[in-house]
Design a protein around this ligand. Structure first.
Ligand code: ADP
Length: 245
């Protein structure tokens, strides 16, 4: 479903210096699989995820999502972004819109769904993510966990082929984390193709098909959860896991 080949990305800062955030990343996500990406802060995890739905341009390399090359100048990036849903650490909801509107409006604008259909689908999705009774609440009236549920419903409303999660639980209270992870497990079990940046290692062990350990813009190690947790090949992976587990 997703192929990334030798992806390089440099950021230039205002003082003219450039910083290599991705130094040649090659990875694949099979249809229906869950890829967990972990590694120290600044290693390029978020940048990599953002390149997969063209939120970041790349300097070189190739990214193909369901047969469509993002680097093809003819690629319809708006269509592609609708097909690759993204869930952020800080939810990124429209603050002045209700939960219902947050899920409904993108369907009407991006997917051009008639209002009645978008409304029906929004209620369905808010039920699915467990906050059917909060449809008329504004984000400020919702807990972090509830806001993240709205954000997940909003992404699902586009009928994405792939869902990207960028540290979706790291801004949440410990007691709400499990609810969001459980919801993500449901999506995984339903066959959603997913890439998840997270340090929730219990979740990774249970749900990931593959795991990537990144450092300094490179993949240090890749494997199944069993390989990564029980027999990491790289000393660096071992040391990092010892720190966080
Ligand atoms: P991670 O998600 O692993 O913490 P990021 O992908 O956010 O890492 O960042 C990788 C590197 O790129 C870091 O050194 C970070 O400071 C830098 N970086 C990220 N975003 C930007 C940006 N918009 N402008 C400049 N540098 C950035």
């Amino acid at each position: 479903m997703v192929i990334a080949e030798d992806v390089r990305k440099t950021y230039s800062s205002s003082d003219g210096r450039s910083h290599l955030a991705l130094a040649g990343v090659t990875a694949e996500i099979d249809r229906g699989n869950v890829l967990v990406i972990f590694g120290p802060s600044g290693s390029g995890k978020s940048t990599f995820l953002r390149t997969l739905n063209a939120l970041e341009t790349i300097d070189s390399g190739r990214i193909v999502v369901d047969g469509v090359s993002l680097t093809d100048p003819k690629a319809d990036l708006n269509k592609l972004r609708a097909e690759v849903g993204m869930v952020f650490q800080l939810f990124n909801l429209f603050q002045h819109r209700t939960a219902l509107d947050n899920v409904m409006l993108p369907q009407m604008v991006v997917r051009r769904r008639p209002r009645a259909e978008a409304l029906r689908r929004s209620h369905e999705l808010l039920e699915k993510v467990g906050i059917g009774d909060r449809a008329s609440h504004y984000p400020s009236q919702l807990s972090g966990g509830q806001q993240q549920r709205v954000a997940i419903a909003r992404a699902l409303a586009m009928d994405p082929k792939v869902m990207l999660f960028d540290e979706p639980t790291s801004a949440l209270d410990p007691e709400t984390v499990k609810g969001i992870l459980d919801l993500m497990k449901v999506l995984a079990c339903e066959g959603m193709t997913m890439a998840v940046v997270t340090h929730e290692m219990g979740f990774a062990r249970e749900i990931a098909d593959r795991m990537l350990f990144m450092e300094n813009g490179l993949i240090v190690e890749e494997g199944t959860p069993q390989q990564i947790f029980d027999a990491p090949r790289q000393e660096r992976t071992k040391a990092f896991l010892e720190q966080i587990l």
